[in-house]
Write a protein that binds this ligand. Structure first.
Ligand code: PLP
Length: 460
């Protein structure tokens, strides 16, 4: 193609933004627009700010999903945005590959100040890369092959992290994966049994599992770490989702007083602006992996440590401190869970409200009364997880709130909003949830009509 037309992003979006679903149908994963259409989520958002999204009609949507947890500061935080403008305008000699980029050094220093028992950081570009690095570092440093992971774990979608991800919906058809072994979440005996074989490099665990919002049992992480130390194996905490303040501590492991050998993190670290991943580890692990000048590239990534991601990371940590967002996550999360639990008492479908900080799960279960049990059984027979999907649908269509079912075939919805939300958003969400529950419990509500229409679609 040739021509003299200037590149104009704003007019490109103005002219073609409306084609988004058609473009995806034609050129990208076609199931995405199909699925969004099936559940009526195929909106045309044009703007995001703070904890809200806005569609072309100017309607606001409360975003309790935050891009799967990346918008820790809310969307378009002015400090993070300015940092990215500044770093681009600075015209740095970035990605030289033959120098030591200063912003990566500064972000490494800032991150390690928040995990003082760890000594060095590797920067990649995503959560899965931060886990891949952790797995490779653990295997190399211990000289052992096996990694232990938990039932229901989610650690990413590339082959290494997929090997320690439990869901059959992600794994099947991609075999053979790495030879790893799965144990029940929180089962010390099973961990001890596997460790006795003497070939385990590490145990990888999410302190709070994202898929079910399952909090690791009190004391488990500490006891697991003691056991691992005895067997000279490492503890890897996957804090891709739980890290950077989400659970009311900078890293969720702080709550348990545990000091893992390796921490993987990503998501909120760049405030949602630029892909980023970070793997923090003890010095001796780095010394083994990068043991000589010949091994300088033993593990590396071309875009890792890029200046935009590093600048966004530094700005994000600055804002988290300045705005007290970790305290806010703890306080607002406590309020949200308390209010939801109060409301949940009144509704038979609500089985549990759990989580920590602003990582909250609402689990639904079989109701007691005969009338509601019929509805529950019909939805369960069609597809497990359908009730939770009807609640997500009701919150969206009746109240313009974006949430998600926490995982396939689970009756759990997950809330991972930006860490900036306050009482206004909590009250709005709780009132909306109450309304959707009233509707579901009335037995003839819109919520269940949607469930029935999904059953029909599934049958068709
Ligand atoms: N680990 C955990 C705990 C996650 O929640 C995720 C993503 O949701 C990942 C790893 C993978 O991160 P990414 O999607 O950035 O590769």
């Amino acid at each position: 193609m040739s021509g003299t037309e200037p590149f104009d992003l704003a007019s490109l979006l103005a002219q073609r933004g409306g084609d988004r679903y058609a473009l995806h149908r034609e050129y990208l994963n076609p199931q995405l627009p199909r699925m969004l259409h099936a559940i009526g989520f195929d909106r045309f958002y044009v703007r995001g700010e703070g904890a809200y999204l806005y569609d072309a009609d100017g309607e606001a949507y409360l975003d309790m999903l935050a891009g799967f947890g990346v918008f820790a500061l809310g969307r378009h935080h002015p400090v993070a945005r300015q940092a990215i403008h500044d770093v681009i305008d600075a015209g740095l000699a970035d990605l030289t590959q033959f120098d030591a980029p200063p912003l990566a050094g500064l972000l490494g220093e800032a991150l390690l100040a928040r995990a003082p028992h760890l000594d060095r950081v590797y920067f990649g570009n995503s959560g899965t890369e931060s886990v891949e690095a952790a797995l490779k570092f653990a295997r190399y440093a211990t000289g052992r092959p096996r990694i232990i992971y938990c039932d229901h774990a989610f650690h990413g979608m590339t082959v290494g992290s997929l090997s320690v991800t439990a869901g059959a919906e992600f794994r099947s058809g991609f075999d053979p994966l790495l030879a790893d072994v799965r144990i029940p979440f929180g089962d010390l005996d099973a961990l001890a049994r596997e460790l006795r074989r003497g070939d385990v490099a590490a145990f990888v665990i999410e302190p709070i599992q994202g898929k079910r919002v399952a909090v690791s049992p009190p004391g488990f992480l500490g006891e697991a770490h003691a056991l691992l130390k005895r067997h000279k194996a490492l503890l890897i905490a996957d804090e891709v989702q739980t890290g950077i303040g989400r659970t009311g501590d900078f890293f969720a492991v702080e709550h348990d007083g545990v000091e893992p050998d390796i921490i993987s993190t990503a998501k909120g670290l760049s405030g949602g602006y630029i892909p980023i991943g970070a793997t923090l580890a003890r010095d001796w692990i780095f010394q083994k992996v990068y043991s000589s000048m010949d091994r300088v590239l033993a593990h590396d990534s071309t875009f890792g440590s890029n200046a935009q991601a590093m600048a966004a990371g530094l700005a994000t940590l600055h804002v988290i401190d300045q705005e007290g967002l970790i305290d806010n996550a703890r306080r607002t999360g406590d309020l949200l869970r308390t209010r939801l639990a109060e409301v949940g008492e009144r509704f038979e479908f609500v089985a549990d409200v759990r989580g920590r900080g602003l990582m909250v799960g609402i689990e639904f279960g079989r109701p007691k009364s005969l009338k509601l049990r019929g509805t529950w059984a019909a939805l369960q027979a069609a597809r497990k997880g359908l009730f939770a999907q009807t609640v997500v649908h009701g919150l969206f269509h009746q109240h313009r709130i974006l949430t998600q079912v926490s995982a396939d075939h689970l009756e759990v919805i997950k809330l991972i909003p930006p860490l900036i939300i306050g009482e206004t958003e909590v009250e709005y969400f709780v009132n909306a949830f109450e309304d959707v529950m009233e509707d579901a419990h009335s037995g003839s509500g819109l919520v269940l009509d949607f469930g029935k229409s999904l059953i029909k679609q599934a049958r068709a």
